[in-house]
Design a protein around this ligand. Structure first.
Ligand SMILES: O=C(O)C(=O)C[C@]1(C(=O)O)C=C[C@@H](O)C=C1
Length: 278
């Protein structure tokens, strides 16, 4: 089975993939790293890949808009979620020390999870890189004593680097949530959590009407995020997740009602919570 992720070996996405599929025995797993989220998602849509693992939310910085914005109009669907504790280590060359460091490379998301480190080290410049593990690889290959990377324990070890500081992230409980996604045609929908994206009608109370449906169907709202709609300045679409475990009506009825009160609604995922007690 071909599974796509963004990054190179040692990235957090690869770790999420390995952990989620660790007990999978049906066929051999081929993990394929991509440099770009758009390409990973395109290849799932084109059936070049069977599954993808992508980060969608972080406990420190919130919605990962770079990825979820790409999911809005595509026939792909999340069938599960996975949570990873993200503990960033500052990795340098074997003979460098933290006082030598003036440039720190990492994925933009990882850099933004470590703002207090940069505030307390004003001489250090944050440099955006494709992914955390690739940044570690770059430090190793570039051989400059003043450069370091923020990356996982596994990435630092894989690329032969020295840990200059552990747990650099601002929040000790820093956690990233990943979606495990498949092509919509190949999916059997089940699970208590619905992930959806909606654009409401342009009339007063339209969003309130949409949300009222969840109240009527005994669905518990878990999250709501507004994102700008491309090509429509200052118009917003909404990402939301709801828990339907208390719902007694058929799913189809809920869905028909949501379609009636929206301009556009797409199911982005249906799965069981990986952390909530049943
Ligand atoms: O660069 C990586 O290691 C990734 O897997 C990407 C990513 C992200 O996009 O959020 C994944 C988890 C962490 O939040 C930091 C970076």
């Amino acid at each position: 089975m071909k599974i796509g992720y963004q990054g190179v070996p040692g990235s957090y996405s690869e770790t999420a993939l390995q952990e989620y599929f660790k007990d999978y025995k049906e066929e051999k797993i081929e993990a394929i790293g991509y440099s770009d989220f758009q390409e990973v998602i395109d290849d799932l849509e084109n059936n070049e890949l069977e599954v993808i693992v992508i980060p969608v939310e972080n406990s420190t910085t919130g919605l990962i808009a770079r990825t979820v914005d790409l999911l809005r109009y595509r026939p792909i669907i999340a069938i599960a979620e996975n949570y990873q504790s993200i503990q960033h280590t500052l990795w340098g060359l074997p003979d460098s020390s933290i006082e030598d460091i003036t440039e720190v490379y990492s994925h933009p998301e990882a850099l933004s999870q470590c703002t207090t480190f940069f505030e307390s080290h004003p001489a250090v410049t944050a440099k955006a890189y494709e992914d955390t593990a690739k940044a570690a690889e770059y430090i190793s290959e570039n051989g400059k004593i003043n450069q370091a990377a923020l990356a996982s324990h596994r990435a630092g070890e894989l690329y032969g680097l020295k840990a200059l500081k552990k747990s650099v992230q601002t929040e000790s409980l820093n956690t990233t949530r990943f979606y495990i996604m498949k092509h919509a045609e190949t999916v059997q929908l089940e699970g208590d959590i619905l992930s959806l994206y909606v654009e409401t009608k342009h009339e007063s109370g339209a969003l309130a009407k949409f949300l009222q449906v969840f109240n009527l169907f005994d669905c518990n709202m878990e999250s709501l995020n507004a994102r700008p709609i491309s090509g429509k300045p200052f118009k917003y679409g909404f990402f939301m997740e709801v828990d339907i475990s208390q719902m007694t009506s058929p799913f189809e009825l809920l869905w028909q009602t949501l379609e009636q009160v929206s301009e556009y609604v797409r199911l982005l995922g249906r799965f069981d919570s990986a952390i909530r007690e049943k």
